[in-house]
Design a binder for this molecule. Sequence first.
Ligand code: ATP
Ligand code: MG
Length: 581
Amino acid sequence: MITRLSHLFLRTLRDDPADAEVPSHKLLVRAGYVRRIAPGVYSWLPLGLRVLRQVERVVREEMNAIGAQEIALPALLPRDPYETTNRWTEYGDGLFRLQDRKGADYLLGPTHEELFALTVKGEFTSYKDFPVTLYQIQTKYRDEERPRAGILRGREFVMKDSYSFDLTDEGLAESYRAHRDAYERIFTRLGVRYVIVSATSGAMGGSASEEFLAESEIGEDTYVRSIESGYAANVEAVRTVAPAPIAFDGLPEAEVHDTPDTPTIATLVDWANGADLGRAVTAADTLKNVLVKVRVPGGDWELLAVGVPGDREVDPKRLGASLEPAEYELLTDADFAANPFLVKGYIGPKALQENGVRYLVDPRVVDGTSWITGADAPGRHVVGLVAGRDFVPDGTIEAAEVRDGDPSPDGAGTLTSARGIEIGHVFQLGRKYTDAFEVDVLGENGKPVRPTMGSYGVGVSRLVAVIAEQHHDDKGLRWPAEVAPADVHLVIANKDEAAREGAESLAVELDAAGLDIVLDDRKASPGVKFKDSELLGIPVVVVVGRGWADGKVEIRDRFTGESREVPAGTAVADVVSAVRG
Ligand code: ATP
Ligand code: MG
C-alpha cells in the first residue's frame, strides 16, 4: 500500500502539547498519532490507529497460537453480575455507572471476569467441553483517579483480556504457563524491555499472580530486583526477611523513662543516646506505631495500629495491598479526640492492647527483639520492651518500606529498586467467579465439577505508549518494525521532475514487493520532510534527493541512525532487505 502524505489525514506539530510531561505523550501528539478529547480519553488518527492495530495483531496471533478463542462481549453491562460478586460496590469510584431510560443500572466494563464466567456457564455443561480459553480485544472503561501521560493511563483504553477455564488445579497451572509463555513472545516481538514480577493479587482474590513490567523511568510501579539471582517482585509483593527469634532469658526488664519533647523518632534517638543506656541507639532500635482506620467493603471503620522499626516509613502502597480488599485512611484529629488513649507521638503497645486495638507489626519484630517505644503518656517512652514477653502483637503485616540493600527474599543478594509500567498481568483466579455464579459442569464420574479460572490481561493501547517511551530519541519516534505504521518512509527531496517520477516508480515497485510505503510527495522543503520522517518514526527512510542525478538513493535506518547510499538500480532490493533485515 502507498500512503501519500499529500492526502493523509495528518498534521504534525512543531511544539509539545502543554499538558504533556512524558516523551511518549509529547511525541504521539506531535506526530499526529492521537488527539485528546477529555482527560484520559483519546482519539486515534490514521498512523496511530495503524500502530494500535499492529499491536493487536501480534497479541491476537500469539493468543490464537495457544488455542485461545476470540469472542467479543459488550462494554455496556448490566449491574446484576457485578452485584453478585460485590464488585459493583468494591470498584467504588473507579466504575463508570449509568442508567437506561427505565432507570436500570448499567456500567461500562472495567474487566470482564463476571461475564466470561456467565458466558461459559451458558454454553458448556460437560467435562468433555473443557479446558477452554476465551479472549477479547476490547475497549475498557475505568474512571481512573489520575489519568496520565495520554494513552498510558486512560479512562478508556484497549485491553486484551483472556480467561481460562479448567477442571483441575494442574490444568489451571498449565493454562497459566501457556499464557505466561505467550506474553513473553508478545513483548519480545513488540521490542519491549520488561521484567516479570510476582504481584499481589489485588481486588481480584486468588493465588499465583505475576505482572509484566516494561522498564521505564516514568513508570508508576516500583519493583525491586536482586542482580545476583534475577529475583524480581513488585514492592507490594516483597516478603520481609525476618530474623530468627531470640531467647528471652537474660534480657533486661522494660523500663519507662521520662523523655521530654521527643515526639519524633529523631528526637527520641537523640534522647536515648544521651541517656546512658549502655549502648548506641539508632532509629532501627525504636518501634514506631502508626495508627490508621480500616474498613472492609460495606463494613464500619476500625482502628488498626501498625508497628514498624523507627528507621522505616510505612509505605502506603504496601499497606494498602496488605489490607485489600479493606481500605484504610489516616486518623483525623476527631478520631484522636474520640480515642484519648492514643497519645500522639507516644503511642505504645500497652494502650493499644488494653483498648482492644488490632496491632500488627513488621515481620522484623520477632519474639525476643527489644524495643524503645511509646509509653502512652506525653513525654514518656519505654526502653527494653521485648516482643513476645512484654507485648504480643495480633500478627505481622508487610507495610514497611522496602529499601535498596535489603536482603532478597530468595536468600541471594540484596534488592535494588527500579521503575516500570504494567503491560500485562497473569493471574490464577481459582474459583472465586465460578463459585459466585455456581458454574458447575457434569464430571466424568457423573458428579458436578466446578471449573477453576485464570484471567490474563495485556494493555494493548498502553503498549503503544510504552513502545514509544522505550523507542524514541530527541527527534521523534523510532518504531520497531513489527509495530511500525509503515515499512518505508519515502521522501521526495528533489524538485526535479525526473527524480519525482523515479521516486513514484520506486514506490510502486516497493508496494509490489509487498511493503507498506508512506510517500512524502508534499510540496514542502526537504528540511520539513526530513524532520517529519524523524518525528513519525517509520523504521526505514528512503530519500530520493540530490543524489538521484548520479543514480543514487539514500537509505536511512531510523532505529540505528545509520545511513548509506545505494544505486538506484538496486534500490528496490536494497530497501526490501533493509526492511526484512
Ligand atoms: P494499573 O496497576 O496500571 O492500574 P491494573 O493492575 O489495574 O493496572 P489490570 O486490571 O491488571 O490493570 O489490567 C490488565 C492490563 O490493562 C494492565 O496490565 C495494563 O497494561 C492495562 N491497563 C490497566 N489500566 C489501564 C489504563 N487505565 N489505561 C491503559 N491501560 C491500562
Ligand atoms: Mg494488574
